[in-house]
Design a binder for this molecule. Structure first.
Ligand code: PEP
Length: 249
């Protein structure tokens, strides 16, 4: 059975008490399905609250939005992978475009963070995607495969199977513009080919970028998509519960 993954990136929203209230409402509106998983990426301060609220669910997971590559040290304001794990995280976003483009994360940082996540047993959700000018210049596949190569170099197929890839075209994030399902599927095929060449056929590939209740059904109709990574439309618990239940059971 194709098990779809719905990942909610709350960005800098939802403090601990709000997270508790959110998850009560979500639980009231979301009926667990064997073909779905729902992962939450709250701000670091809310990790424990979310971990506690979902502790009895086998279909849910909480993850960090960002980690540092060192396990501890003089890195003011940073969060390490083992610390996120102690707070209940079982996954982490790596290289989200807001980290890359607003906070100057390089491919080298992304690669080091990915290794730190694997070492701490956090499932890395590696975000890749091109900027608008790169898409317009026909460089989408080159940019995406270069980001994959930089972050995943040297990993064997088994390890790559424990990584989740999120294809998120930068021009589609938080802008209300999204790639057409066919455009998204085309890039997913390229990503899958890259993975397959490294014996990693079971790696899950998500799509992200202004996914909402209006476009989710047609995106999920594309068999290339193993799920979605969603920002704005995950902030309302009832809407997110509806979105994560879209499509055939
Ligand atoms: C994201 O933050 O990864 C994202 C896709 O955001 P949005 O859904 O708001 O475009």
């Amino acid at each position: 059975m194709r098990r779809l993954l719905f990942a909610a990136n709350w960005k800098m929203h939802v403090a601990p008490q709000q997270a508790r209230e959110y998850l009560k409402l979500f639980a009231m509106h979301y009926r667990t399905r064997p073909d779905r998983e729902v992962w939450f990426f709250p701000p670091a301060v809310s990790l424990e609250a979310v971990a506690h609220a979902i502790k009895d669910r086998t279909d849910a997971r909480v993850g960090a939005q960002n980690i540092h590559w060192e396990p501890k040290g003089a890195f003011t304001g940073e969060l390490s992978a083992p610390m996120a794990s102690h707070a209940g995280a079982r996954a982490t976003l790596i290289g989200h475009s807001e980290r890359r483009h607003l906070f100057g994360e390089t491919d080298e940082h992304v690669g080091r963070k990915l290794m730190a996540a694997l070492k701490a047993d956090l499932t890395p959700v590696l975000c890749v995607g091109e900027k608008l000018e790169e898409r317009d210049a026909g460089q989408t596949v080159a940019v995406v495969t270069q980001q994959l190569a930089a972050a995943l170099a040297g990993l064997d197929g088994g390890t790559l199977g424990n990584v989740v890839i999120a294809y998120e075209p930068v021009w589609a994030i938080g802008t209300g513009r999204n790639a057409s399902p066919q455009d998204a599927a085309q890039v997913h095929r390229e990503i899958r080919a890259w993975l397959k060449a490294r014996n990693a056929a079971r790696t899950r590939v998500l799509y992200g970028g202004s996914v909402n209740l209006t476009n989710i059904a047609e995106l999920l109709a594309e068999p290339e998509l193993d799920g979605v990574l969603v920002g704005a439309a995950s902030l309302d618990p009832e809407g997110w519960a509806t979105l994560a239940q879209t499509g055939a059971a």
